[in-house]
Design a protein around this ligand. Structure first.
Ligand code: PDD
Length: 292
């Protein structure tokens, strides 16, 4: 497997970073995950815009890789070298503040950011998407800047692990009585005929899939409201689903012991999933280029 690290394309086994990397020491960095479909990055521009915003918020000087062309060049080479021109995959990109002796404050002279990227094959679990999945509710114990896609994911990791131990595919996080999002996905519900999801503020990561689905829903004439679903409303929702780059639209048919809706994937989730897949596949089968 070929990976990218600090301007070089190298074998995964040869990729090493410094023990003084601030990503390693402090989780001081950001990341992105793109879906690759037949060699193309899905919604490239939106992921890049979110990455740029994250770097700005953390005051990390954007490296050359965090540009449209810089990123496409890396993606193209990784996709080719790792045999991902056909089928589906993901591109992971991480940028940390770089290497410096450990101090909490930023180094006086900004080090060159560490830039690391790799691709993986991804086969969407169609059967799970069709059958529906179970989720578990957990308290959202994260910080108040969930809008930045930082590599500090320990609360997300702990929540997902707990979900797994309970036999659930995702943890639905609750803060102050409202559903914020999942451990690695956004949460949507259908309530009183409206598609509802948490507003894009500091309490959630504004998912690219979320935004694309809201656009699709509006174009389909589905009423959309960006307002949090209350924990106490979960018993009344007719549909619940989680969304994300590796989650697509996954219907949730049970939350802990509570059945959601009819206990089967609902019509809006199914329709949105079909339309999302259509949009992902559109115009594919060329060399790497941006779709967004
Ligand atoms: N996670 N919320 C959180 C906390 C996430 O980690 C993710 C994605 C999303 C959905 O965002 P998007 O639609 O842009 O993928 C929402 C990625 C896939 C991950 O950590 O692997």
């Amino acid at each position: 497997m070929t990976v990218y690290l600090n301007t070089r394309f190298i074998k995964k086994s040869e990729a090493t970073i410094s023990i003084e990397d601030r990503g390693f020491i402090f989780g001081d960095g950001v990341y992105e995950v793109w879906r690759i479909v037949n060699g193309q990055l899905f919604e490239h521009a939106r992921h890049l815009a979110r990455l740029e915003r994250g770097l700005r918020e953390l005051r990390i000087t954007p490296p050359a890789e965090a540009t449209r062309d810089g990123l496409l060049a890396i993606a193209e080479r990784l996709i080719e070298d790792n045999d991902l021109c056909e089928g589906e995959g993901t591109l992971y990109l991480e940028i940390t503040r770089g290497v410096a002796p450990r101090t909490h404050h930023f180094p006086a002279t900004a080090p060159a950011p560490t830039v690391f990227a790799f691709v993986n094959r991804f086969v969407p679990p169609e059967e799970l998407r069709a059958r529906g999945a179970t989720a578990t509710m957990l308290p959202d114990v994260r910080w108040l800047r969930c809008d930045i896609k930082t590599i500090q994911l320990l609360p997300n990791v702990m929540a997902k692990q707990q979900a797994q131990e309970r036999g659930a595919v995702e943890a639905i996080l609750i803060r102050d009585g409202v559903v914020t999002e999942g451990s690695h996905s956004n949460v949507m519900a259908v309530l009183d005929g409206e598609l509802r999801t948490h507003e894009a503020n500091n309490l959630i990561l504004r998912g690219i899939t979320r935004d694309v689905l809201l656009e699709i829903a509006q174009a389909e004439g589905i009423a959309v409201r960006e307002e949090a679903i209350l924990e106490s409303d979960l018993g009344r929702v007719s549909e619940l689903f989680v969304t994300g780059t590796t989650t697509d639209v996954t219907p949730i048919i049970r939350v802990d012991d509570r059945q959601i809706g009819t206990g089967t994937p609902g019509p809006i989730a199914k329709r949105l999933y079909a339309l999302l897949r259509e949009r992902m596949g559109a115009g594919a089968r060329q060399a790497v280029s941006a779709t967004g």
